[in-house]
Ligand binder design. Structure first.
Ligand code: IPT
Length: 979
């Protein structure tokens, strides 16, 4: 610090340590979209990274791409991404920030168009984190905070049309605002959304508010402003809805003062209309009308225009139900961050569209914009494709939540952030709920923000988890919805049945998708759909936020990296970085990888589960008169779907028949005749209705899979393996000797811990019991004719498992009957089953059972029973932190074969959990990133008599007791044959 005040007032103010300063010189937020017709300032800007905001700007410039974060670009060489969840990355208490505070200075020349003479000229910075200081030609223009909303500055007095101006944007990374932007994501610094310059008439449309309700009533409030104080004699507004002119309003109500001495004229005019036979908006049929609002000069010429897409719909809470257009809709939601593995927080239109298209294809109808307002384009897409949006303000003070919620210094920031979001997004039909933010305790600052919203926009409910969590049944807090996170299902059901419920119960976060997870999702939905008062929730979360990183120098690849990943896996020499991979000392590891898609948007298996749970058409039951189908949508018939029947028989046959879907209104059911005669032979029989889109949808071409409901028509027939004469060879340790096996079947109780197993404290118990290194000791080997019985003990550190294998020669192979007796100490293990390894070359797995994708006991309703065939190398799911992966549930039998059809065949006594991968459980346990795994040439095969559910214990409830493995005796049998 020097004695003399620095010349620059924006620096002198030290706004980065003043929470009271939320902005200076910034224009009010509004819903007029200025993107078209504007001058884009995106591209390369001169850039330098200062060690602190008050450090002198030097003469050495590099360049940085806008929009972009410097933490992902070479320009930010010394300042890399850092991941923390709750913890702040620095020790300073709010509102303090560290002295070492990376500050990016972006500068460029702008040629102001000559034809902008006499016009009002505005600079818009789409988003900058966390403090933005604006200078033009060295003069201070303004300050903005609120990292995920745009800031606009009036440059009319600063620049001249036809001349060149130098725009400087200084972005300070750490500030008082960081304490309320403490979301669970990477920390970055930079300008994350587009920068543009636009011009309007001095008297311009300052805001447009559209209210369009389900009954066809349309009301448009047009606010005009003129900074010069001119009075609008003869000025008027007009509107056009889908080409139809609306009645004009030629009178402006004066908003600001009654006398003529005002300098900043503000007036309001209204357009009203009733649309007969209106096509209403909902997430299933997102009907939109195009609205153009025009501001006319007295001679009728157009001074300003604002385009909107209007959706006619109502949202209301009646009792404990959230209704859209009078319907109690289910909220099949996901939490979504603005994320990209190459650009961090900058996301393109194409990427956002791809996100939403994928969500539609997997049955989602809702998005919570966790935990800040998203890019404006996202809401346009949500309107267009059909999503219910919980729009969340950029407030999360997690680490210092308690202090900040009532700290009056932050009061302005809370109201500023919530109100600016509402002002920007109020015209989107997709936005059905405002959220005051996330994980910030509950205090007076929240009540102030809730009060503002409730007065300003009474047409939508407000939610805030931190308020409602104190008492779900309260009626006087800042939340109109009880929106808990990770609440045990039993608690939700109990609340709904208690008679105390006062408001809708919609979990703002549930079913934590970290690694191999989302166990019991189907159980949640069975409860939600059958319990009045429960309406759904938002899965945590959409993305695995893995940043594409070069392994050799540890740097993020950045914008140029397209093509360096495929199918969820980074190219050789690269990996998906998570917390700690950029050398951060304070970080939260792989907790950032907890989404339903990989960092390149490749779906994880849970998405197939979700798609089936959300099925719009379902098989209700099988009765003697046929199959009963039901329409489970809220607004749509089945005419957009087409179907095909498929009958899978255990003997290997699959019969098909075309399906005629009945005309069903939402909620209706109808019986259709059994489409196929079930052959008298053939064993177990499953009928599947393969449902696809009948026509192109905006989010899916015709023929896209929608769901595959299934019913079992006949159970398995019992067949006895008859012993035959023959011999089974075991070695001196009682281990099976077999030409196709490189490791004989032994007992396995271990799986490479999933993230749920690790963070839920389950794996630590397994290690304490010694399950990761059981010591096998053969007790006896008995030969009885061709039959061999091997008794062995597997000793952990606290208990011993007695294991017995009986090998019986049967036609063409060996039958193996196994029994394991788990001591009481081992009351909750990962699996009980056999593991063996095969010779190389058996590269194709074909099976009859559930599939084709990965499934586990508590995540298996999305994997229909049938005949499946998948190359072994594609069975494994490459979770970012290696863990148990690749399992298939309900497998009845399988073959593993080489290209010449030789190989082995296994038949199981009943549907079992099977996995075939290139990795031993201990290989997976030892690795921290997928690129460290070295695939084995043979197959590692697990056949489990029992496999523990996955649950979601990395953040939330563990699996239900019914998916746990009890101690005591477990028995299973299988036959092994050579093909
Ligand atoms: C909850 C957060 O809201 C979310 O941002 C994320 O961190 C999630 O958990 C876990 O991945 S908060 C947690 C303390 C329940």
């Amino acid at each position: 610090m020097t004695d003399a005040l620095p010349a620059d007032p924006l620096i002198a103010l030290r706004p980065w340590q003043a929470p009271e300063v939320t902005s200076w010189g910034r224009l009010p937020m509004n819903a007029v979209d200025r993107r078209s017709g504007a001058l884009s300032l995106d591209g390369d800007w001169r850039f330098q990274l200062l060690p602190a905001p008050d450090a002198p700007v030097g003469a050495d410039w590099s360049s940085s791409y806008v929009p972009g974060v410097w933490t992902m670009q070479s320009a930010g060489a010394d300042d890399l991404p850092q991941y923390t969840n709750v913890r702040m990355p620095f020790a300073d208490f709010p509102p303090g920030s560290p002295d070492a505070d990376p500050t990016g200075v972006y500068e460029r020349e702008v040629d102001v168009p000559a034809d902008w003479a006499g016009r009002r000229i505005v600079l818009q910075v789409g988003a900058a984190e966390s403090v933005l200081l604006v200078h033009v030609d060295g003069r201070a223009v303004g300050i903005s905070k609120d990292s995920h909303l745009a800031a606009e500055f009036d440059l009319t007095e600063m620049v001249r049309a036809g001349e060149r101006a130098v725009v400087r944007l200084t972005v300070v990374k750490w500030s008082d605002a960081s304490h309320i932007e403490d979301q669970d994501q990477w920390w970055h610094g930079g300008i994350t959304r587009s920068v543009l310059l636009y011009a309007t008439d001095p008297l311009h449309l300052a805001d447009v508010t559209v209210r369009a309700s389900y009954d066809g009533e349309l009301r448009v409030d047009c606010r005009v402003r003129d900074a010069r104080g001119a009075l609008p004699d003869g000025w008027h507004v007009s509107g056009e809805l889908d080409g139809q002119l609306l009645a004009q309003d030629r009178e402006f109500d004066r908003v600001n003062a009654e006398d003529d001495r005002v300098s900043d004229f503000l007036g309001e005019a209204r357009l009203n209309a009733t649309v007969p036979e209106v096509r209403t908006w909902n997430a299933e049929t997102p009907e939109l009308y195009g609205l153009t609002v025009r501001l006319h000069r007295p001679d009728g010429t157009v001074a300003d225009t604002s385009q909107h897409r209007v959706g006619f719909r109502d949202v209301e809470i009646v009792g404990r139900d959230l209704l859209v257009n009078g319907e109690r809709v289910f909220i099949r939601g996901v939490n979504r961050h603005d994320f990209h593995p190459l650009t961090g927080r900058t996301v393109s239109y194409e990427d956002m569209r791809a996100d939403l298209v994928l969500l539609k294809r997997f049955g989602f109808n809702a998005i919570r914009t966790s935990h800040y307002p998203n890019d404006p384009t996202l809401y346009d897409l949500a309107d267009e494709l059909g999503f219910y949006v919980v729009d969340e303000a950029d407030i999360e003070s997690h680490d210092h939540a308690h202090e900040i919620a009532d700290d009056p210094r932050y009061l302005g920031a809370f109201v500023d952030r919530v109100s600016r979001m509402v002002l920007r997004d109020k015209n989107h039909p997709s936005v059905i709920i405002w959220s005051l933010g996330n994980e910030s305790d509950y205090g007076a600052n929240h009540d102030a923000a809730a009060g503002w919203v409730r007065r300003h926009d009474p047409t939508r409910p407000v939610q805030y988890e931190g308020a409602a969590k104190l008492d779900w049944a309260a009626t006087d807090d800042a939340s109109d919805i009880a929106c808990p996170m990770y609440a045990p299902l039993e608690d939700c059901v109990a609340h709904a049945l208690s008679g105390r419920q006062t408001r809708p119960l919609i979990q703002c976060e549930y079913s934590h998708a970290m690694g191999n997870s989302n166990g019991t999702l189907a159980d949640h939905w069975a409860a939600i759909e059958s319990t009045p008062g429960l309406q759904g929730g938002f899965i945590w979360e959409f993305w695995d936020h893995g940043i594409l990183q070069r392994v050799n120098d540890g740097r993020p690849v950045g914008r140029g990296g397209a093509g360096l990943y495929d199918n969820g896996v980074a190219a050789p020499g690269h990996r998906w970085a998570y917390g700690g991979d950029f050398g951060e000392t304070i970080h939260d590891g792989a907790f950032i990888a907890d989404g339903v898609v990989f960092p390149d948007r490749t779906p994880k298996p849970v998405l197939y589960e979700h798609r089936e749970i959300a099925a719009p058409v379902r098989i209700e039951c099988f009765r003697h008169e046929g199959i009963v189908l039901g329409n489970h949508q809220h607004f749509r018939g089945l005419e957009w779907l087409s179907g095909r029947w498929e009958l899978s028989l255990a003997d290997g046959r699959t019969l098909t028949a075309p399906a005629e879907l009945p005309a069903l209104r939402p909620g209706e059911t109808a019986a259709v005749p059994l489409p196929l005669a079930i052959p008298g032979d053939g064993g177990e029989a499953w009928l599947t209705l393969r449902v696809t889109t009948a026509e192109d949808q905006p989010w899916a071409p015709r023929g896209t899979d929608v769901c595959a409901p299934q019913v079992r028509l006949r159970g398995p027939s019992v067949s006895w393996e008859v012993p035959v004469d023959g011999a089974v060879e075991v070695d001196g340790e009682g281990l099976l000797v077999h030409p196709l096996l490189t490791a004989a079947p032994t007992l396995s109780l271990w799986r490479a811990p999933t993230d749920n197993d690790e963070l839920g404290g389950i794996a630590v118990r397994w290690r304490t019991w010694g399950l990761d290194a059981l010591v096998r000791k053969v007790v006896s080997v008995r030969q009885d004719g061709g039959l061999v019985t091997v008794a062995a003990e597997y000793a952990g550190t606290v208990g011993v498992v007695r294991h017995r294998q009986v090998f019986t020669p049967v036609a063409g192979g060996i039958r193996i009957d196994e029994e394991a007796e788990l001591p009481e100490e081992f009351h909750d293990v990962a699996r009980v089953g056999s593991v063996f390894e095969t010779v190389p070359g058996l590269d194709l797995l074909e099976w009859f059972g559930q599939g084709p994708w990965e499934s586990y006991p508590d995540r298996s309703v999305g994997a229909p029973v049938g005949h499946h065939s998948v190359p072994v190398d594609e069975l494994f799911t490459p979770y970012l932190r290696p863990q148990e992966s690749g399992g298939r549930h309900g497998v009845r039998r399988f073959t593993l074969s080489a290209a010449d059809a030789t190989g082995l065949a296994v038949v199981l006594d009943e549907p079992r959990q099977v996995s075939v991968t290139r990795h031993r459980a201990e290989d997976l346990t030892a690795a921290s990133h997928h690129d460290e795994l070295v695939p084995r040439s043979g197959c590692v095969v697990h056949l489990d008599a029992a496999h523990r559910g996955l649950g979601t214990a990395s953040c939330g409830p563990d699996t239900s007791p019914s998916y746990l493995i009890p101690p005591g005796v477990h028995r299973w049998s299988w036959t092994l044959r050579v093909l």
